[in-house]
Ligand binder design. Structure first.
Ligand SMILES: O=P(O)(O)O[C@@H]1C[C@H](O)[C@@H](CO)O1
Ligand code: HPA
Length: 296
């Protein structure tokens, strides 16, 4: 209860309880957290010394309700670095509050994580994008946020971050550059792009008029996740890197016959999961770990 008004946000004690529970259950002390989007749970496969928890067994954790989201938290080691992978993340359209959607991010922060890698599936709006392209997220548009569906609305807890955080540098420039270099080394630069991800709440895919509006707004791709997690991560001082897999082309034309569906999204994710895994794994191995988290 804040200011005599009932607050539906998670309390500091909720985050603390989950953090302490996890720290008691595992000897891993991750510095890097990876959120695996639709069909991308394989990103955890390269880790060694793995320890897996089902979301339903973790106190306060929401559970995954969408196909392609396994609902497991996997601790492991990559290139000597301790990591934690979320195989599946949470969405507004599942009925979760943005506090629940972003709950794991603050837990990771409290566990000592300093870098968050986000991945997702999205529809390509930029006419140059092809199905199967990997988009390094350069920036985002928080469309639900414009309408007040924002994870930082409500009383601000200064223990996590400041009231009015800066978002103009949400996606770390150095990590974006490193990822571009890695894509050249891996020979996949032909389908690696940079662009702006726009979040909508879903669950329906866009109408043609909506898609045209998103293009005018400057969106290169559209999806239903990630922005709340990135916003909360930035608020609590984490360094963020993001990859979005273009699983379909968004219809911008009334004469286009193809109809997008979730099965197609999962099929393309499966097709590209291995390349994405190589990029993420190499990035983890190569990224500097002298990152000092901003404390507020
Ligand atoms: O990786 P996410 O969960 O953002 O994947 C997108 C958005 C929906 O969850 C789903 C629609 O097919 O894919
Ligand atoms: O076309 C899309 N729109 C919104 N979300 C998505 N996630 C994958 N593809 C899409």
């Amino acid at each position: 209860v804040h200011n005599n008004k009932k607050c539906y946000c998670c309390s500091f004690e909720d985050y603390k309880l989950t953090t302490e529970w996890l720290l008691n259950q595992t000897s891993h002390r991750p510095k890097i957290a990876v959120i695996c989007g639709s069909g991308l749970g394989l990103l955890a496969a390269a880790a060694t010394d793995k320890q897996t928890f089902h979301y339903q067994d973790i106190p306060n954790f929401p559970v995954s309700t969408v196909a392609g989201h396994e609902g497991c938290l996997v601790f492991g080691t990559i290139g000597g670095k301790s990591c934690v992978f979320m195989q599946g993340h949470f969405h507004l359209y599942e009925g979760y509050s943005l506090c629940q959607v972003t709950f794991p991010v603050r837990v990771f922060r409290m566990m000592g994580v300093d870098t968050l890698v986000v991945t997702n599936a999205s529809g390509g709006i930029c006419p140059d994008f092809k199905v199967g392209d990997i988009m390094i997220i350069k920036d985002h548009i928080n469309l639900p946020g414009f309408a007040g569906q924002h994870p930082l609305c409500g009383p601000n807890d200064e223990r996590f971050g400041i009231r009015f955080p800066c978002m103009s540098d949400a996606y770390c420039k150095e990590l974006r550059r490193l990822a571009l270099d890695i894509s050249v080394e891996l020979g996949c630069e032909g389908f690696v792009r940079e662009g702006v991800y726009c979040m909508v709440s879903g669950p329906n895919f866009e109408t043609i008029a909506e898609a045209r509006m998103l293009m005018v707004l400057g969106s290169d791709s559209v999806g239903m996740s990630t922005v709340p997690e990135v916003t909360v991560a930035k608020h609590c001082g984490l360094r963020v890197f993001g990859l979005s897999l273009i699983t379909n082309k968004v219809s911008l034309d009334y004469s286009r016959e193809e109809k997008v569906n979730h099965e197609e999204v999962l099929q393309i994710s499966k097709m590209r999961a291995e390349v994405l895994q190589k990029v993420v794994t190499t990035l983890i191995c190569r990224c500097s770990q002298d990152q000092s988290i901003n404390t507020h």
